[in-house]
Design a protein around this ligand. Structure first.
Ligand code: AHG
Ligand code: MN
Ligand code: MN
Ligand code: MN
Length: 351
């Protein structure tokens, strides 16, 4: 009859966040709703740009190959564009003091008009070397509470506030209050935690909404896939070489032969690991003792995500990624992340 509310059961990201905020006891959750919805708007805009990159001429290198980021990488046009999209989508949230990004030399102080309670770290476009071949890419983000002294509006000397805010980004992963990624692949999937479980949302382009499709994600306790760039094999620790050799010879703990999958976009490789189980690693090696992945906006957010799903993430024997306190914004760390039994096995092999 007229007037009855038809609830077809689809839970949008916005509805989910509001229900979470009502359930949770911690104050300030409504701020988190505004922040996460700003991030999801940026991800939708990046998704649509990535899907049509070849048409709008936004493939290829930025400035004809002239621009190199602080990592020493040649920036793709979409690295720069997605970084700008994130910054402009986050400013009006009114909730951010500082944004640290792979594509910014130093953390960016958000307009002092909006002195915000949060600090966010971003990899605006992860796996961007794959973008010209239309292979999966993604956006990774982490959110910290900003310490008091970082509230820009409270101090008239911006340079001091900026310095303090740079420090505000150097927090260990255990301080993360939210983390997530958006994967741009055969479907666009946002995976998110605000500290109380892990949930996945698939973008329905016909209504422009993220719909809850992966409630309460739990990683399998063990998988049968290992994911690492074996081109670096001869530079690895011999103990790691033995661990991988055993997986190939069906002489690991399970006595089963593992398969290998590696696409070179962390978001794609870890999303498969999260849903299918197994292990992803970017180990240190003779040439790069800390490996390649950056702690603040790749390893730490992904580690919170995996731990929320019952997974594990270590830098090596006895080193939990989330405990690592950064001393530089762009510092790198080795990462072994995945099913608990697989991470335990590699940890034992490396000890
Ligand atoms: P980004 O594109 O954000 O710079 O990250 C690339 C990273 C990560 O996505 C991926 O796992 C890794 O680089 C692949 O590195 P290799 O090509 O050395 O395997
Ligand atoms: Mn890069
Ligand atoms: Mn990356
Ligand atoms: Mn990137």
């Amino acid at each position: 009859s007229a007037g009855t509310i038809v609830d077809d059961g689809t839970v949008t990201l916005t509805r989910f966040m509001i229900e979470e905020a009502m359930k949770s006891k911690t104050p300030g959750q409504e701020d988190m709703v505004r922040l996460i919805s700003s991030i999801s708007v940026a991800c939708k805009r990046i998704a649509s740009m990535v899907q049509t990159a070849g048409i709008s001429g936004s493939t290829g290198l930025a400035e004809g190959g002239g621009s190199v980021n602080v990592q020493g990488e040649e920036q793709k046009k979409l690295d720069v564009i997605s970084n700008d999209v994130l910054k402009s989508a986050l400013r009006p949230s009114g909730k951010l003091g500082v944004i640290a990004s792979e594509e910014e030399d130093n953390p960016v102080v958000v307009d002092e008009l909006y002195s915000g309670e949060y600090v966010a770290t971003f990899d605006p476009l992860d796996g961007s070397s794959n973008i010209d071949a239309a292979i999966s890419t993604g956006t990774i983000f982490g959110v910290f509470k900003a310490p008091e002294e970082c509230l820009i509006g409270d101090s008239d000397n911006l340079s001091i506030a900026e310095q303090q805010c740079l420090e505000a980004t150097l927090q260990p992963g255990t301080n993360l209050v939210a983390a997530g990624y958006c994967m741009y692949s055969s479907s666009t999937i946002l995976v998110l935690t605000t500290g109380d479980g892990l949930n996945g949302f698939t973008l329905d382009p016909s209504i422009g909404e993220f719909i809850l499709t992966h409630p309460n994600i739990q990683i399998p306790s063990r998988g049968k896939i290992y994911s690492m760039n074996e081109a670096n094999y001869f530079d690895w620790d011999p103990k790691l070489q033995t661990y991988v050799d055993n997986l190939k010879k069906a002489e690991g703990q399970t006595g089963e032969k593992y398969s290998s999958r590696y696409i070179g976009s962390m978001v794609g490789d870890v999303h498969r690991t999260l849903l299918y189980g197994g292990i992803f690693a970017y180990p240190g090696d003779k040439k790069n003792v800390n490996g390649k992945l950056r702690l603040l906006y790749e390893a730490a957010p992904m580690s919170l995500i995996f731990e929320q799903a019952g997974g594990k993430s270590i830098t090596g024997p006895g080193g939990r990624v989330l405990d690592l306190v950064p001393d530089k914004v762009h510092q790198r760390c080795p990462v072994f992340i995945g099913s608990p039994d697989d991470v335990d096995e590699v940890e034992k092999a490396l000890a």
